[in-house]
Design a protein around this ligand. Sequence first.
Ligand SMILES: [Zn+2]
Length: 582
Amino acid sequence: MADHDLVIRGGVVVDGTGAPPRQADVAIDGDRITTVGTVTGRGRDEIDATGLLVTPGFVDIHTHYDGQVTWDPYLTPSCWQGVTTAVMGNCGVGFAPVRPDKHEWLIALMEGVEDIPGTALHEGIKWNWESYPEYLDAVANHPHAIDVAGQIPHAALRGYVMGDRGADHTEVPTADEIQRMGQLAAEAIRGGALGFTTSRSVNHKDRDGNLTPSLTASADELLGIARAIGETNEGVFEVITDFTDFDSEFALLRAMSEESGRPMSITTAQLGLHPPDHWRRLLDAIEGAVNDGVELRGQVAARPVGVIMSLEGRIHPLLVTESYRKISGLPASERLAQLRRPDVRQAIIDEMSAAPTSMGPMNNWSNCFALGQPANYAVRPTDSIQARADKAGTAPAELAYDALMAFDGAGCIYVPVANFNDRNMDMTRAMLVHPLTIPGLGDGGAHCTIISDASFATFLLTHWARDAAPDERMPIEFVIQRQCADTARMVGLLDRGVLAPGYKADVNVIDFDKLSIGRPEMIYDLPANGKRLVQRATGYVATIVSGAVAFRDGEPTGSLRGQLVRGAQPAPVVAGSAGSGR
Ligand SMILES: [Zn+2]
């Protein structure tokens, strides 16, 4: 007779509380952790974790699986990166509430803002909902390998209440419409949404180039919605904004949180459109608010956010040449055969070299970095294509060509576009260790042809806790706490992110020495043969969801115990304490 459903034996436990790593066994019964300490009893299933890390499953609070969740039980690629809870509905876009005549509008918005193929969304989404709670029911009706949770997006809410006017960010809702938006947002929170999200960024446009509907929503509108949510005493806010006028914008966000009494995370990044000290200013302002009791946090990236250039992606430097454009319409295998011909190669390289270096990120060679296998994102200026070409005495265009042609034409070039002003990761590090930030912004499920950042969580471990220079390295217990307990708490999920009795049994067993991030790969597995960049990892020996092994060495076991998480979850009430147990 077994004493426990599952025992993870002899691993190095990093429990998510920030406590130092310690050797311990973990016993699991049902979907809960029952012991962390010495487990003498046997498990029906046992994992020998000798020499391996045992951590809580990762809680990723920034994904865009709102469509994919209705057809994909696994939520790849996040599930390959140790994520056991994915929170979707970020950046103000999603698919509920919605009236039947607005389906295509929401698809066009998601396609434009988050670069998810509209044809895939069109074919994949069944639209068997109208209200937000009905959407959650539809999600809950599908089995999933990991937990998911939703947030009600401002754009959909606006379109639902204001009709066609809602799509136009310059349209101002009436008082009645604001009240209705507040009612529906509160209804969504009571029905299980974790929060409300909005975008005030000009970078967010629909497929046809129209600015995102929430871009210039007035204080009346935002505060009206926020106050209605506040009355539920639940829910959080997630906001991305350009901070065009910093003071007034920050005051508005702060007022939303202050007047509702609900926490808010604000995208905190250093982009080209910002003044050089923007991120510092924002974090200082957040600190001021927190000192006044207003629960704001900066949501930050684990590494400089980068565009991925690849021959099958949306942008790459060959596109500037006439010789490439001539063959670009060929079927992939024929195009690749052409690109392998020495004469074609030379012609394209010559044209790339002659092209003006004003093609945006595409041929700014000193900011282009070839990604190998595994993918190395910890790039230094000397790794750039320009620096390597200078050293080798060759044309950078030649190195770029060969980088894209690596891996049978599936090679990638990484172009950092945010948090890389000083051409190093100091800024990223400073944001990550700031006490009022939480890791996020990975955008799992989105930016299918141009960004692959669902691997942020793995990067926290591989780079910041292992490979970084000793004086830049972060303790493993710190990054695990950040990616598990802190992110979970940010969205109100107090039942997970910690390995202790009573907590949800979401666990990663990790071969820390072998942990690495695979190169981004374009695959064609979306509905309607839609393509997307995905990224695997090596070293996740087991990922356990609700007490059962859902992934072993990156492969699904068939266990589909993931659930839709409905609303905030209380911390477990624990009778016993961690330590010895049967
Ligand atoms: Zn996003």
